[in-house]
Design a protein around this ligand. Structure first.
Ligand code: GLA
Ligand code: ZN
Length: 675
């Protein structure tokens, strides 16, 4: 099963930037960290400018001091490579490292995450820095992880990237004719004669200025560019990682991801990362389910291996329109929610607030006042204390979900680049609509990629599976034939991996679903149709498929309009299993009834599902024992009747099956289930 790193408890700490402070302050930091139970710091995230002052001039003196101090204070170290922002001298001397944006504007020095991923200079100097750092600190036993760059993101449309894109295409397609085919370039006479004709798909080439900047005239080009950009950035990560491995082959390497961040295909990153880490910054209106699904998505990147919550704010952010304070107990609640869903750490951005620039009003363990008698510091200290008591029981523990939802970045790109049928189609929203039912009913549900082993699950839902890539259609058929329960929705099965339509919809899923879709009606915002099942009427919205069955059984049809009576909801028996199709978006009541029915069909039972605002999540450790997290998301008390004998994992109090426990507002309890 394996822990993510060499630590014997939930790691507690976060980003620490002492380089922004005079040395006198550092000792005070150490004192505060001890008080708060902090045991890990992420160092060196943005120090490239001071580590390398010119091509040949490196200076590690200050970092040596910081690492020495942290080591003497028994802090574990997650050591960053500093390559998330390049030094000013490098931009001046080598303008090629600067990015060109989507509008074709060459950027100047400034910001961060600002280096062209295909710049040979950037690649050379970033990997060299990773080498030098790992060589210098390889004997330090406190370093338990490497943190490459920081929140990789964005894209570049410069000449270097354009050239590299041509090489990437040649590698993938071999001939320009194959490219023309894959991109359907006979459309509008865009046929290319030579790889040199290829241009990056930006706002000054193939993009559609129609509804914001995100639509494109040639979806296949734009999707391929996203694939290429992801791989370019993954390559930058790999170059640094490989240098690090030469010196410290046993220390795991990661980079911090950002949940549903749409621009990069995180599954490609995951393959190269030893463990997943990610930064959780929910906005105040996000629901517990909307946060939980992000944790599940991140955990699913490595098939359920535990992950590291690399950053969260202890109190407040600075970059949202309204930066609402985390309420009393909320930081603890969100920390344990991350742990419940698979995190082996609780880490913050940041340890001490900066005094200048755009993050000076971002929350920190130590505030501008520098005091330890604040609400936030007290809450941090209390949690630090608890995490010590909790010890190692949750480390490496996994979930045992029997249901899964498929989420695929390339599928999202296909949907979002699409010109038509409706700008209201929202992949992430639809995926969340289904996930919310699992969450509300405390039924474990994994978020998986299209290449996952489907046979691990009894129920798989693939909302808006627009792009059916490679042999996925056959793999889903096999899964259902062997007894799996499968469900998919409107706008599914339309295209293959190049965004080319494969015939009557839902394409490669037609036999499995036993239907075909003749037309789809995209209703404007606010317009609705409806359908009725078992006496209950539900709303039909966004995209309404008009279905013909070819073997499937009709579960419901539309109530209104010229297609009243036309099927929209079907089930097909396929081998030993069943495949459902729901041909529109609907309302919460429908998702609830439908998902619970699917769970029943798949024989998945629910426990502790009758409490409003209670999240119950289990993790199972190496020896198979269950650790149960009960989280009260309500602002009021909640009394829960326990369904088994269990022991409070923090204060060791024993509870009997049937006993009632009262949770305070936003309270959490963690139990070991007694065998
Ligand atoms: C991100 C970054 C940090 C910091 C925080 C602020 O997660 O990784 O460097 O900017 O946001 O919320
Ligand atoms: Zn570039």
């Amino acid at each position: 099963m394996g822990k993510i790193w060499n630590h014997n408890k939930i790691a507690y700490g976060g980003d620490y930037n002492p380089e922004q402070w005079p040395e006198e302050v550092w000792e005070e930091d150490m004192r505060c960290f001890k008080l708060a139970g902090i045991d890990i710091v992420t160092l060196n995230v943005f120090s490239w400018a001071s580590l390398q002052k010119d091509d040949e001039v490196y200076d590690f003196e200050r970092l040596d001091k910081i690492i020495k101090l942290c080591t003497e204070n028994d802090l574990k170290i997650c050591l960053a490579t500093s390559t998330g922002a390049h030094p000013a001298w490098m931009a001046r001397k080598y303008p090629e490292i600067l990015r060109t944006d989507f509008d074709g504007r060459k950027h100047k020095f400034g910001g961060r995450h600002n280096s062209c991923p295909n710049s040979p200079v950037y690649r050379r100097y970033s990997s060299l820095l990773a080498y030098k750092l790992s060589e210098r600190y390889k004997d330090n036993k406190n370093i338990i992880a490497w943190h490459v760059s920081n929140e990789y993101g964005g894209d570049c449309y410069c000449e270097n990237c354009e050239k590299a894109f041509r090489v990437w295409l040649k590698d993938r397609y071999k001939t320009i004719d194959e490219v023309n085919k894959a991109w359907n370039m006979s459309f509008w006479g865009h046929t290319l004669y030579d790889f040199d004709d290829v241009v990056a798909p930006s706002n000054i080439s193939e993009h559609f200025p129609l509804f914001g900047r995100d639509r494109t005239q040639f979806q296949s080009i734009s999707i391929d560019y996203r694939r290429f950009m992801t791989e370019s950035i993954v390559d930058c990560y790999k170059l640094e990682r490989d240098e690090i491995r030469k010196n410290t082959p046993d220390i795991p390497v990661t980079t911090n991801l950002m949940g549903f961040y749409p621009v990069l295909d995180y599954r490609k990153f995951a393959k190269e990362m030893e463990f997943i880490s990610w930064d959780n910054y929910p906005s105040p209106h996000e629901t517990p389910a909307e946060i939980a699904i992000c944790h599940e998505l991140m955990k699913g990147l490595k098939s359920g291996q535990s992950f590291c919550l690399m950053e969260q704010t202890p109190s407040v952010t600075n970059w949202q329109p309204f930066n609402k304070l985390k309420r009393p107990n909320e930081m603890r609640l969100l920390s344990y929610q991350a742990v419940a869903h698979g995190s082996d750490s609780v880490m913050f951005f940041q340890m001490r607030r900066s005094i200048g620039a755009c993050e000076k009003y971002h929350g920190a363990v130590i505030d501008h006042a520098g005091r330890t008698d604040t609400r936030v510091f007290r809450e941090i200290t209390a949690l630090g204390d608890e995490l010590k008591k909790l010890g190692d029981i949750t480390l490496g523990a996994r979930s045992k979900a029997r249901a899964a939802i498929i989420y695929d970045w390339e599928n999202r790109w296909g949907i979002e680049y699409s010109a038509g049928p409706s700008i209201l189609i929202d992949y992430r929203r639809e995926v969340t609509n289904y996930y919310e039912v699992f969450h509300k009913n405390n039924i474990a549900c994994d978020l998986i990629g299209p290449d996952e082993d489907f046979s691990k699950y009894d129920l798989i839902i693939a909302p808006i599976l627009y792009m059916v890539k490679g042999d996925m259609g056959e793999r889903l058929e096999k899964y259902v034939a062997e007894g799996g329960v499968f469900a998919t929705t409107y706008f599914s099965g339309y295209v293959e991996e190049h965004d080319l339509v494969t015939g009557a919809y839902p394409g490669k899923l037609k036999d499995l679903l036993g239907i075909w879709v003749e037309e789809s009606d995209a209703l404007p915002e606010g317009e609705k149709n409806s359908f009725t099942r078992d006496g209950k009427t539900y709303e039909a919205s966004i995209l309404l498929d008009l279905i013909h069955t070819e073997g499937a059984e009709v579960l419901s049809s539309y109530n209104e309009d010229f297609y009243a009576g036309t099927p929209m909801f079907t089930v097909n028996s396929f081998g030993k299993g069943k495949a459902y199709y729901i041909g529109c978006s609907s309302d919460k009541e429908f998702y609830k009834d439908f998902v619970l029915e699917l769970c029943e069909k798949a024989d998945i039972s629910k426990e502790l599902s009758n409490y409003e605002g209670l999240e119950a999540v289990s993790r199972y450790n190496d020896s198979g024992s269950e650790i149960l997290f009960l989280l009260n998301h309500n602002k009021s008390e909640l009394t829960v009747k326990l369904h088994a004998d269990m022991t409070d994992a923090i204060n060791k109090t024993e509870y009997k099956k049937g006993q009632e426990v009262t949770f305070g507002p936003r309270d959490v309890m963690i139990f070991s289930i007694n065998e």
